[in-house]
Ligand binder design. Structure first.
Ligand SMILES: Nc1ncnc2c1ncn2[C@@H]1O[C@H](COP(=O)(O)OP(=O)(O)OP(=O)(O)O)[C@@H](O)[C@H]1O
Ligand SMILES: [Mg+2]
Length: 246
């Protein structure tokens, strides 16, 4: 049975549909990657799943629960968590404070200890303001914040954005470990080749519609899709983006 099942989902920010007729499944403990060109609607789709897209129609069911009427807080409560593409930590709070301010985290002190075990680099930086973290550390903190609520599904919007290839590898290693902790992953990635290599399945989005879905391995082998949507050859370093903090 699917953990998350999306059917015929359409929606946008105003009258225009940015995503249209989306059918998508994420199983328990699965890693699923969404790839596609800039502006295809990938972040919009993730926002719809989290309940922060202003207008949607269709159906979304999580663990047997109808999501369509649930606000973001309720989605967090039932086990969905979200790491936005930008502004995913509070720059003017310390690492520890970033974890302490997370709501819907029962047994918070114990959970923070778990997060420091999981991300030892953060443990040594607990008093550092998030705006002074390296890109990789900041991404780890964003992850840790999302894991505080013990989600069963985590929505990741470009976890490798603005990271060097080495830090990308590090973050991807953490993504790969999530299913062992019973966390399923629905992830948007520009570094699609690299992400699909460890994804159970993938969806290719173009102009707001799914144009292809298959196993990660089959998508990588698909010659037709290769050049346009997932890129061939050398993985390029992402351009540096300004530091993101609220
Ligand atoms: N808050 C918003 N209000 C209005 N339009 C928006 C908003 N956010 C995104 N859009 C529009 O929706 C479309 C899809 O944007 P989205 O951010 O989902 O693309 P994306 O696939 O995530 O792109 P990228 O790879 O650049 O992150 C774009 O045309 C964008 O201009
Ligand atoms: Mg995006």
């Amino acid at each position: 049975m699917s953990l998350l099942k999306i059917a015929n989902l359409s929606g946008g920010y105003g009258d225009v549909d940015i995503i249209s007729g989306i059918d998508m499944d994420v199983g328990a403990k699965e890693i699923v990657t969404i790839a596609g060109t800039n502006g295809a609607g990938k972040s919009t789709l993730i926002k719809a799943a989290m309940g922060i897209l202003p207008r949607i129609s269709g159906t979304m069911v999580f663990d047997g629960i109808d999501l369509m009427k649930l606000q973001i807080e309720d989605r967090v409560r039932i086990g969905i968590s979200y790491v936005p593409q930008v502004r995913n930590v509070f720059g003017t709070l310390t690492v520890l404070e970033n974890l302490q301010v997370v709501e819907h985290a029962p047994a918070k002190a114990a959970r923070i200890r778990d997060m420091f075990d999981l991300f030892p680099a953060l443990a040594g930086r607990r008093g550092t303001y998030a705006e002074n973290l390296s890109g990789g550390e900041r991404q780890q903190l964003a992850f840790a914040r999302a894991l505080m609520s013990s989600p069963r599904l985590i929505l990741l919007d470009e976890p490798s954005a603005a990271l060097s290839p080495a830090l990308t590898d590090q973050v991807f290693e953490e993504v790969k470990r999530l299913p062992q902790a019973d966390v399923a992953v629905l992830m948007v990635e520009q570094r699609a080749r690299q992400a699909l290599a460890f994804s159970d399945r993938g969806y290719i989005l173009d102009a707001g519609r799914i144009v292809l879905s298959d196993t990660g391995a089959n998508l990588l082998a698909n010659e037709e899709m290769g050049d346009v949507y997932i890129g061939r050859g050398q993985v390029q370093a992402a351009p540096q983006s300004p530091s993101s903090h609220i």
